[in-house]
Design a protein around this ligand. Structure first.
Ligand code: FAD
Length: 523
């Protein structure tokens, strides 16, 4: 039954493409002409969130950027433009952002990975990597390390694609120092919504460059990116310090981000329960002797952990242990609750992989992930933390709550990523990631629904009361998106009509509605 239904939709699509396209397609469900569209794949309607499962009408596994340009130019040339298209990177979105209900999913990981490392010497010699949009960051790391180089700005987890994280921002503990990954791109190659292949940078086709970075896949498909590299350290001193007071914790985090010459990485998390202490420590090879008293269910007690890192190339000027001693002397963590280990730079960047493998072994990786990430102005971080801790029960919470400061001047306001609109001159803002898991064995459909509802109203309150903005988020309607973008909306909408005037790209985000969407056309 399902098969017949799918076939009929694919045939309709073929017919539509045949009508719309200047190219000749061979009318067979699995292969029509230059574009070999598949009916669907298992992955195309699946993502890390395991909350939304939208089935596309077809999947393109591009063998070259020309395939992508051909698809988009054919669709765009049609006056009907009914079919929507989503690029899918590694599918690590939470709410179906890379899916395309009844449209076409372009699986970017099928693009042959291209990677060229350019190592430059001399005073103004800038090293960079040219990498394809479907490449994983772990692949970029491995290749650039062969030259003693590495990107400057990371995400915590590296099995994400270059195009996927650049469509959001790409943040981690290095962001305070170098800005998000979108601030570390020199050039992009894009296929626009009209199927034009364009190279862009800060000086060439700059409007497209700024639009696409943080642009949620709305303006074009990233086929290649030029990523800034730096000399890679060999080792990292990885430190964890524990706190029982939130103000002291954030004060010390802000102290650390004020020392970019000494500190290379700053993050932190709330220690809610034993599980959050142990699961976050899977990758940390140090022997942590912290045995906190979490209080009672009625009167729970939470703790906080700062995590920071210092790269060993600072050894040229100072001994790394002296650097860490100097820094930690200025901090106010709980007495003797500071732990440090030396790890290779590669292992440090791979730390979340260790957690992944451990969760996979326990059958806890492929579960629902109702994650919520928000950027919070510094002025509202205490209120945000209070709202958050009041709204969760530490005993029942499965997952991790990350919290760390970022510096606004490391972000380019002309790019599409949205930050809190604050009137104050405060440089510091926070990112808070509520990375919750819901195991279907213990949390049924109703329970997941309640979690999502709760999260939605929490995010709305944090937005309305504190001015917090969602990162990687889902908004319930285009109207909510407008409110999310705030005064940036007009610019975002204008850019959409410039680079994707037929509203073909990025339907999974739900920002714009295609007036002739395929869901109505193909049924
Ligand atoms: P997908 O989920 O496949 O796509 C995301 C969006 O980008 C979609 O709208 C899609 O259409 C669009 N897109 C994908 N490829 C392209 C392209 N080539 N051109 C144009 N648009 C494209 N994020 C952080 O910032 N920091 C972290 O530390 C971090 N850690 C994470 C850890 C885990 C375990 C997971 C699951 C996610 C994490 N993320 C983090 C979130 C992650 O950055 C985003 O979910 C990102 O979108 C994932 O990349 P992807 O390749 O899976 O993209």
């Amino acid at each position: 039954m399902e098969f017949i239904f799918l076939c009929s939709r694919v045939n309709a699509l073929i017919l539509l493409l045949t009508l719309c396209s200047p190219y000749k397609f061979i009318q067979s469900p699995m292969d029509f002409g230059p574009l070999n569209l598949l009916q669907t794949t298992h992955e195309a309607s699946l993502d890390f969130g395991r909350i939304v499962f939208n089935t596309p009408s077809a999947v393109l596994k591009p063998q070259s950027k020309t395939d992508i340009a051909l698809l988009l130019s054919s669709l765009s040339a049609s006056s009907l433009s009914r079919v929507t298209v989503s690029a899918r990177g590694a599918g690590h979105s939470i709410h179906g952002q890379a899916q395309a209900l009844d449209g076409i999913v372009v699986e970017m990981e099928s693009l042959p990975v291209e990677m060229e490392i350019h190592k430059r010497k001399g005073e103004d010699g800038i090293s960079f990597a040219d990498v394809s949009g479907g490449a994983l960051w772990i692949e970029v790391l491995k290749e650039s390390l062969k030259f003693g180089l590495a990107p400057r700005s990371w995400t915590d987890y590296l099995y994400l694609t270059v195009g996927g994280t650049l469509s959001n921002a790409g943040i981690s503990g290095q962001t305070f120092k170098f800005g998000p990954q979108i601030s570390n791109v020199l050039q992009l190659e894009i296929v626009t919504g009209q199927g034009e292949l364009v190279t862009c940078s800060r000086t060439e086709n700059s409007e497209l460059f700024y639009s696409v970075l943080g642009g949620l896949g709305q303006f074009g498909i990233i086929t290649k990116a030029r990523i800034l590299l730096q000399d890679a350290p060999e080792k990292v001193k990885w430190i964890r310090a524990f706190y029982d007071d939130f103000d002291t914790f954030t004060k010390d985090q802000e102290l650390l981000v004020s020392m970019p010459d000494l500190v290379d990485y700053v993050e932190g998390f709330i220690v809610l329960n034993e599980q959050s202490l142990h699961s976050s420590s899977v990758g940390f090879p140090g022997n942590v002797g912290f045995t906190p008293d979490f209080g009672t269910r009625e009167k729970p007690k939470v703790y906080y952990c700062i995590e920071f890192g210092v790269h060993d190339y600072q050894l040229e000027h100072m001994n790394i242990d002296e650097v860490v001693r100097d820094i930690s002397r200025q901090m106010s963590y709980m007495q003797s609750q500071l732990y440090s280990v030396d790890v290779s730079y590669f292992d440090f960047l791979e730390r979340v992989r260790m957690e992944e493998l451990s969760l996979r072994r326990q059958g806890l990786w492929d579960v629902h992930h109702p994650w919520l990430n928000m950027f919070v102005p510094k002025s509202g971080i205490v209120e945000f933390k209070d709202l958050l801790t009041e709204s969760i029960s530490p005993d029942d919470f499965m997952g991790l709550i990350l919290i760390y400061p970022l510096l606004r001047d490391k972000w380019d306001g002309n790019m599409s990523a949205v930050l809190p609109e604050v009137g104050s001159t405060d440089q510091v803002m926070y990112v808070v990631g509520v990375l919750q898991s819901a195991n279907p064995d213990t949390c049924n459909h109703r329970c997941l629904h309640d979690l999502l509802q709760h999260q939605c109203s929490f995010a709305q309150t944090a937005h309305d009361q504190i001015g917090a903005k969602q990162y990687l988020g889902h908004q319930p309607s285009p109207l909510h998106w407008r409110s999310h973008f705030g005064r940036r909306w007009d610019q975002f909408a204008r850019r959409k009509s410039q680079f994707d005037p037929n509203y073909i790209l990025g339907p999974g985000q739900g920002i714009f509605t295609n007036p002739h969407s395929a869901s109505s056309a193909l049924r």
